[in-house]
Ligand binder design. Structure first.
Ligand SMILES: NC(=O)c1ccc[n+]([C@@H]2O[C@H](COP(=O)([O-])OP(=O)(O)OC[C@H]3O[C@@H](n4cnc5c(N)ncnc54)[C@H](OP(=O)(O)O)[C@@H]3O)[C@@H](O)[C@H]2O)c1
Length: 444
């Protein structure tokens, strides 16, 4: 607690004064007081929630589990995933000899790009790097993954989404930027990372150490975008984190500050306290339309860009699953598919999902594009959406040339009406998880 008072004292003395005014700094930090006990109690809860967020077990069932049962269940599922992997990664296409820059560079239209904050250019389809973190059905290899990053950049997919907790993702960015595997294209790319701290007392030292660690891993002097995740709104130390991130922004270690999985009310609260939030990363798809309830309206009003994920439901929103029977959870070797399969059931079930795939496929055939193109275009057309993060199994396979078609596709009113007709038969996931990010938090 003493350190918090020291921080407030420093703020009052005007240390690090600049973009962040003394009043803002003081107000943010003051709200972080008196939460020491919350911080100490919430780590167990975070373990449980972290598991729920990526597991296949319904939250209701999990909430009755003890911590040891959650850990045992998690280990079982992970063990069964490993056992059933059996995939060695068809990485030949990315072998280092072939990791040359494709001279017939595919030209992206200007509409494929937008700006974030004060002019950070970004591609509207971002390369999602969670798929490097393990349990995505292959064993990532640095040489192949970095070569695949070059391929993305070469084809115009210049923006990468990653996190401190996505396995080697930050290190691979570092290798892509400097050293033996570095690509000359890296300087034209953007790397949006995240900081996902445990709910603990947040001090200047903790924030600085963590951001410095990401900078070191990524071989960078400044983070293009730092997206902040917080597990527990009852633990007010996230206000301290925001104040310190603003100081690091002022020190030029962070260009833009964003959030991930914040709900509308907590996002707006921070913005109204002068935290310069440029983006919020949330789940959004033809199946998960939660952001349409509140988030897009507030984001438009506050000038926040939504960077959305789960827009292909880990690959379920593709022709590969059209006309297929419901998969058995144990047969899924990819943790993204395991994450989203329960969402399909909460939303309306496998039969209704097949109806959605059929409608998307009919639209796709009409426009001579893929089913996934239609799903991505639908979400990119939603208000406030800056970009859709599409997971890529770097070094294994990609859909870069197919996804390029999204930028030449226009959905007409008949297409939108057909999609809406299926959505109307479903249950809105806001009634299951609450507002955006609710799946990562305990509901009251
Ligand atoms: N902030 C958060 O809490 C959070 C949570 C989850 C994800 N994310 C971010 O979002 C990214 C996306 O991850 P996600 O799990 O939500 O997955 P997703 O983007 O919904 O699905 C990715 C999968 O879709 C398939 N795909 C992509 N383009 C396709 C096409 N044109 N045709 C057919 N299939 C296609 C690929 O499957 P195959 O590889 O099988 O071909 C790919 O692995 C992550 O990497 C991460 O950066 C953030």
């Amino acid at each position: 607690m003493a350190s918090t008072y020291i921080l407030i004292l420093l703020a009052l003395l005007g240390v690090g004064n600049g973009y962040i005014s003394r009043t803002t700094s003081y107000r943010l930090r003051n709200q972080a007081l008196n939460t020491q006990e919350d911080a100490e109690n919430s780590n167990e809860e975070v373990d449980r929630l972290a598991w729920i967020a990526t597991s296949s077990i319904p939250p209701k069932t999990i909430s009755s589990y003890t911590k040891s049962k959650v850990i045992a269940t998690a280990s079982n599922v992970i063990a069964s995933t490993i056992t059933s992997l059996g995939i060695n990664g068809n990485s030949a296409a990315y072998g280092s000899d072939e990791a040359v820059i494709n001279k017939d560079k595919i030209k992206m239209p200007n509409s494929a790009y937008t700006t974030l904050g004060e002019g950070t250019k970004m591609c509207r389809i971002l390369n999602g790097m969670w798929q490097l973190s393990g349990y995505h059905g292959y064993e990532p290899n640095k040489e192949n993954a970095v070569a695949a990053m070059s391929k993305c950049a070469n084809e115009g997919y210049s923006t990468f989404d990653l996190a401190d907790i996505y396995g080697p993702a930050e290190d691979y960015v570092g290798s892509f930027c400097k050293g033996r595997l570095a690509s000359p294209l890296a300087k034209d790319c953007q790397f949006f990372t995240k900081w996902v701290p445990r709910p603990q007392e947040i001090t200047r030292r903790i924030v600085t150490e963590n951001i410095d660690k990401s900078l070191l891993r990524m071989n960078s002097e400044r983070l293009d975008l730092l997206q902040f995740h917080w597990w527990d709104y009852n633990n007010k130390y996230y206000y301290n984190a925001m104040a310190e991130l603003m100081h690091l922004q002022q020190d030029d270690k962070i260009l833009n500050i964003g959030l991930t999985n914040f709900d509308t009310d907590h996002m707006v609260d921070l913005i109204e306290q002068n935290v310069p939030i440029v983006s919020n990363q949330v789940a959004f798809s033809v199946l998960d339309t939660r952001p349409l309830q509140k988030m897009v309206i507030a984001s438009e009003e506050k000038g926040v860009k939504l960077l959305v994920y789960g827009s292909l439901l880990g690959g379920f929103l593709s022709s590969e699953w059209l006309g297929k029977p419901a998969p058995n959870m144990d047969s899924l070797t990819n943790v993204s598919l395991r994450k989203y399969l329960p969402w399909i059931y909460y939303w309306g079930g496998w039969t209704l999902f097949q109806e959605l795939l059929l409608v998307l496929n009919t639209i796709a055939q009409k426009h001579s594009v893929s089913l996934s193109n239609v799903a991505l275009k639908w979400v990119l057309d939603q208000p406030a959406v800056g970009g859709a993060i599409v997971g890529i199994r770097l070094g294994l396979k990609d859909h870069l040339s197919d996804n390029l078609n999204v930028f030449n596709l226009s959905l007409d009113s008949d297409d939108l009406a057909a999609i809406e007709a299926v959505q109307k038969k479903s249950k809105n996931l806001i009634n299951v998880f609450g507002d955006c990010g609710g799946e990562y938090r305990k509901r009251g």
